[in-house]
Structure formats: structure tokens, C-alpha cells
Design a protein around this ligand. Structure first.
Ligand code: FES
Ligand SMILES: [Fe+2]
Length: 368
């Protein structure tokens, strides 16, 4: 893995003084192509990545496609009730796979039709009788490591240095009695955003912008009580609601907004979960996948809760997209290099940028 010149030239950029004295990361980390490629390896290939909820892989033959650090991945439910994960890459010439029509037990390449069993072994190779020195055993699909935590499935394309359950340690105790594994999947929405993935995450991690960017939300939140709690691999934002007629305070219970390093958010409200995964697309663009889960889809659809939840979340999202895209332009301007943090309001951003620098630093040490 090569280290981007921009970081190497000035490795003091990786120092992280206490928040009271710290600067934000340099602006070129938000648009430099080399930094982008470096992050793919040292962050996205080196951490657990959220893929889907077990509710999305219920029936044998169900498939979920995703991408990790640019690698196409597929997860599927087998007839034995197992969930298997592979690179979605055929060993012939790299084609993509799908479940063969009319079967739940065979994956077929969409290019020349090689077939694989759902354990990844190669089964059928059309028109291959003159080929020599070929052993089917050497051409099985490449497996990917997965782990499940409270119904959420994550994948890791390198050797995990930390178990998933230790990354997410204690979240389940904190959110109890909510059990995420019991939720039903509703739908997934994808937003394309013209900003670096870190701009979107920085923005999620502070409530500082709420009074200006989301005035309606500001009226619902008890902003004085807004808190951020940093943990080793995640942070929690918490804010009680005030006022009366919102969908969020119409049920008892608390709201938790977890950010799990490097790129997912678990927004847990009574009876519902909204997962956001921020996927880098280019140095200056990302896509944000919103997945919605509810404890009773039918009843909550009927009562209108889901409709208002989705509408509300889309409004906030549009406001965030607009500001993130403007910030990206600001970061790329000649006028900006680095900023500072509000100690009171931007602890989450500081915590994220500290973990980011830690990832850069350990990748650079491995390189040495
Ligand atoms: S690339 Fe898959 S069959 Fe050719
Ligand atoms: Fe926001």
C-alpha cells in the first residue's frame, strides 16, 4: 500500500492534541485521489463493514450484493439455513454471479454460465472438454469473513484484528430492552451525495449545525441536553425530545444515535431502526444507504407511522446533503486549510478524526 505524499510530507498532521487545542484534518484529505485510495485499504478493507440485517436473508436463495473497498461481495442464504459470503467474482474471467433461475442451490455466472454450489465450489463448466491441467477444486469462489451482531451482518475482507462483538461492545446493554434482531426489514433508499465520505460523517457527528440547518428539528430537540459519548470504536449522540406532537415522542423510550467507525450509523428509536452506511465512491462523492426496519411493518404502515418517519427522515437528509455539498466546495477552495472544534459541540467529530488518524498511522507503520 503506498502512502499518499500529502500525509507523508507532513506526518505531524497525524498528531492529535486534546480537543481544546486540536485542529480539524487538513482539507486536502477531503479531495486528494491518493488519500482516497489509501483510505480504501487502510480503513475500508481493514474494518468490519455492515452488509445487511438477517431479515433481508430469510429464505433460501435470498441474496444481498454489496461492495467493500471496491470489491463486489455477495451474501446468500443456503438451503441449510446458513449465510455464506463470497467475492461476487467468477473464477473464469471475473464475471458477476446470481442465483440460477428456478433453483436455490446453484449460483451462475452472468458472463459465460459457469455454475457454483452455494458453498462456493465450482460445479459446472460448459464446453471445457479440451482444457488441460485444470482442477475444479482450484476454482471455487473466494470466501469472505462475516459475523453477526444482534441481527446485523458485517463482513471483513482482510483478517479482522478485532472481533465484531468487541467493536460493538456494550451497545446491546445500553439499548436494552430493544433487540435489533427482532426487527422486520422495510426498505432501502440510496442517496448520492457530492461530498467526500468524511464530510458526511463529520456532519452526522455533531448537533452544532442543527439550529441553523434543521430549524424544524431544533424545535423538537432539547438542544441544551444534547450529549456525545465517545467509546473506543463508536460514539453515541443522545438528545431528549421536547414538545408534544412529533412521531418521535409519541412512544415511550429513548433515542440513540450511534456512529460505528468507520462508516455506519445506527439510529435507534422506539420500535424502529434506521441504518445508514456511507460508501465512498470517488474522492469527492459518496453514496449513503438508508435501511429502514420496524418492529411491526404491517401495523406501523397502517397507522401511518412509517410514512411520516420516511418523510421526516428524507427532509432532514435533503438539508444535510445540501450543506455537505456546499462544505465540500468550501474545503476545495483556496480559502480553507484547517479549522478548529467546539469543545462543547464537536466531540463526536474530534473522536472520528482521532480514529481516522490512528488508521493512517498504523497503516504507515505497517508500511515501514
Ligand atoms: S467469467 Fe464467469 S463464466 Fe466466464
Ligand atoms: Fe444534520
Amino acid at each position: 500500500m503506498s502512502t499518499p505524499e500529502t500525509i507523508l510530507q507532513n506526518s505531524s498532521e497525524l498528531d492529535q492534541p486534546p480537543i481544546e487545542r486540536a485542529s480539524t484534518i487538513p482539507s486536502d484529505w477531503y479531495y486528494d485521489q491518493e488519500v482516497f485510495l489509501f483510505e480504501k485499504e487502510c480503513i475500508f478493507a481493514n474494518n468490519w463493514q455492515y452488509v445487511c440485517h438477517t431479515a433481508q436473508l430469510q429464505t433460501p436463495g435470498d441474496i444481498v450484493h454489496t461492495e467493500i473497498a471496491g470489491n463486489p461481495i455477495l451474501l446468500l442464504k443456503t438451503n441449510d439455513g446458513e449465510i455464506n459470503a463470497f467475492y461476487n467474482v467468477c473464477k473464469h474471467r471475473g464475471g458477476p454471479l446470481a442465483i440460477k433461475k428456478g433453483t436455490t442451490t446453484v449460483l451462475q455466472c452472468q458472463y459465460h454460465g459457469w455454475t457454483y454450489l452455494t458453498d462456493g465450489s465450482l460445479r459446472g463448466v460448459p464446453d471445457w472438454n479440451l482444457v488441460e491441467l485444470f482442477d475444479e477444486k482450484d476454482f471455487g469462489l473466494e470466501k469472505v469473513t462475516i459475523a453477526e451482531w444482534d441481527g446485523l451482518i458485517f463482513a471483513h475482507i482482510n483478517s479482522p484484528k478485532q472481533e465484531l462483538k468487541s467493536v460493538l461492545a456494550k451497545i446491546d446493554e445500553r439499548i436494552a430492552p430493544v433487540q435489533l434482531s427482532k426487527l422486520q426489514f422495510y426498505r432501502e433508499d440510496v442517496y448520492e451525495v457530492n461530498c467526500n465520505w468524511k464530510v458526511y460523517i463529520d456532519n452526522y457527528l455533531e448537533g452544532y449545525h442543527i439550529p441553523i440547518v434543521h430549524p424544524e428539528l431544533a424545535n423538537l430537540l432539547d438542544y441544551k441536553e444534547y450529549r456525545t459519548e465517545p467509546y473506543p470504536m463508536y460514539s453515541l449522540q443522545y438528545s431528549p425530545f421536547k414538545g408534544e406532537d412529533t412521531i418521535y415522542n409519541s412512544t415511550d423510550g429513548e433515542a440513540f444515535y450511534y456512529f460505528v467507525y468507520p462508516n455506519i450509523m445506527l439510529n435507534i428509536l422506539p420500535g424502529r431502526l434506521q441504518m445508514n452506511a456511507v460508501i465512498p465512491v470517488s474522492p469527492t462523492s459518496c453514496k449513503v444507504i438508508f435501511s429502514y426496519f420496524y418492529n411491526d411493518v404491517k401495523a406501523m404502515e397502517k397507522s401511518g407511522v412509517i410514512k411520516s418517519d420516511l418523510g421526516y427522515s428524507d427532509t432532514i437528509q435533503q438539508e444535510d446533503i445540501e450543506i455537505c455539498e456546499a462544505v465540500q466546495r468550501g474545503l476545495q477552495s483556496k480559502a480553507y486549510h484547517k479549522g478548529r472544534f467546539s469543545v462543547k459541540r464537536e466531540l463526536g467529530v474530534y473522536h472520528f478524526q482521532s480514529l481516522l488518524k490512528e488508521s493512517y498511522r498504523s497503516a504507515m507503520q505497517e508500511n515501514d
